[in-house]
Design a protein around this ligand. Sequence first.
Ligand code: GLA
Length: 411
Amino acid sequence: MTDTDRTTADRDRRARQTAERFQEVYGAAPTGVWAAPGRVNLIGEHTDYNDGFVMPLALPHTTLAAAAPRTDGVLRVHSGDSSGNGQIAELRLDALHPASDGGWAGYPAGIAWALREAGLPVGGADLHYDSTVPVGAGLSSSAALEVVTALALDDLYALGLARQRLAQLAQRAENAFVGVPCGIMDQTAAACCTDGHALFLDTRDLTQRQVPFDLAGEGLRLLVVDTRVKHELGDGAYAQRRAMCERGARALGVHALRDVPYAQLPAALDRLAAETGAPGDGAPGDGAPDVQAVVRHVVTENRRVEDVIARLDAGDTRAIGPLLTVGHASLRDDFRVSCAELDLAVEAAGAAGALGARMTGGGFGGSAVVLVEEPAADAVAARVTEAFAAAGYAAPRIFPAVPSAGARRLV
Ligand code: GLA
């Protein structure tokens, strides 16, 4: 992949081009250029809306926004290079209301709406975007778009918002304005990740820890396998899983599934079996899991995050591999959010000698992550690509996940 900002020179060039394009589109120079990254999640999937633990890292792929303030209460947004014919979408801040569609412009509009709804003094702005975050690949291109907009407006209007607060406002925009019931992980990753680290986040109290994740230094590589199966969070299955988690928590008399300790999982599953009369070992028929399986995934996944951290803290990065693979099985068999392409990526990577692999993000398509010894990376990638060809699937896009910086001002 060449579309990442590998070097400072690459990054500066893209920032300059984005500023120049802004000038072409709007006829004046921008006040600044900001960046926010896509992410992969190392471990802790479908735990963030259960008050649980997550561990994302930022990718070197970023969404840039060049921006300048306006005094007339209008928000103008544009994306596309000079070869494209991107249109300027123009929105009045006082006329913004949730679910007022507008395609991708709904994300920046939602940010302006969420900031204003929180009582913050945000006025109009012109914004031009340029992104290298793959869309629909489960790599949080929407969170990157939201967070870069929030950071630009924060700076333009001197709001002084803390990073986690920016992430919360971005989540609010996505939940209430765009209408996707996501958790807080992706926006926090885009806002708070740092170079060379994975971010441990407790989604209950929002405490964070930057955990050193020096893959290159240890002779390792984390590959992203984008299956090119478009994942859509808005299609109902995500909301349905969320509702099942809430049902499980209610049945167990806890505030959130986070409150079920790992040691009490067998007792919790027995209690659910008694209450629902279901055996807890299969799907009710429509591909959705039963409530025991959902609870089992969330409780064991929180435990896996803690285990991964313990191994990283002990300096044993290689030892996290099996935890990733077990996590994938849990998402596939219990939570039921994987798909054939993701399963094949994980299986083929494992067969080719990867240390571990799992789907990452919401699932139903999107991407997997694969932990490999650096010298084996190309061979593992080739084997996954071959397996996709043999199965008649479109070629996956495979690239390294280099733990990168979170949102920042570039110019
Ligand atoms: C999506 C959501 C996140 C999180 C993941 C699953 O990426 O946006 O909040 O729930 O799915 O872990």
